[in-house]
Design a protein around this ligand. Structure first.
Ligand code: GRF
Length: 187
């Protein structure tokens, strides 16, 4: 059985997509949030996943005292200190890193008239959105596309990419980004 911790602060849609993807697989999730009343924690309750609020200040200690096969950041709006970061910690970011690190990456791509943006899954280091890239999907910004439409498309693709990358890291499954991208665009 693999032990996976998922950290989130907000909506939790990636977390839900991950849990649903792994329903039939030997993975035990723990959902942890720095926001007591987050929808992320509500989703965890609804999905029957062990969950709790953990003040940010206690996170490094928690991670040092608990062993996980993978630590997944999914909309966790905090910058972890060096003492909390491990080599098994990953994050998803809605841009083609190293472009557009930080907050509001989709909006900044849209308003900056980018033709292509994307999604990146990367290892976490102590700088924002800067760790080694594991997988990326480019997303073309269509002419006349509304910002909300682009956001929706990117989130849908995140929900496909992130579980597959986690599966790859936990179970060494193949990661055929090209076919995922086509699959995502067709959805
Ligand atoms: C996603 O767009 C992710 O790329 C970014 O934060 C957002 C989290 O969304 N890091 P959700 O909480 O998973 O719905």
């Amino acid at each position: 059985m693999k032990k996976v911790a998922v950290f989130g602060s907000g909506n939790g849609s990636n977390f839900q997509a991950i849990v649903e993807y792994f329903r039939e697989k030997p993975v035990i999730f723990t959902a942890i949030s720095d926001k007591e009343s987050s929808y992320f924690l509500k989703r965890a309750k609804n999905l029957d996943i062990k969950n709790f609020y953990l003040p940010f200040e206690k996170t490094a200690e928690f991670l040092n005292n608990n062993d996980f096969d993978l630590i997944v950041l999914a909309g966790y709006m905090r910058i972890l200190p060096k003492s909390a970061i491990t080599s098994k910690m990953i994050n998803i970011h809605p841009s083609l890193l190293p472009e557009l690190k930080g907050l509001n990456a989709i909006r900044r791509a849209y308003q900056g008239n980018y033709k292509i943006t994307g999604i990146s899954v990367h290892y976490v280091n102590d700088e924002v959105d800067s760790g080694e890239i594991i997988a990326q999907i480019p997303v073309k910004i269509e002419e006349n596309e509304k910002l909300e439409e682009l956001e929706c498309r990117i989130h849908k693709l995140e929900h496909i990419l992130y579980p597959h990358v986690i599966d790859h890291l936990l179970f060494n499954t193949g990661l055929d980004i090209g076919s995922l991208f086509i699959e995502g665009e067709e959805n």
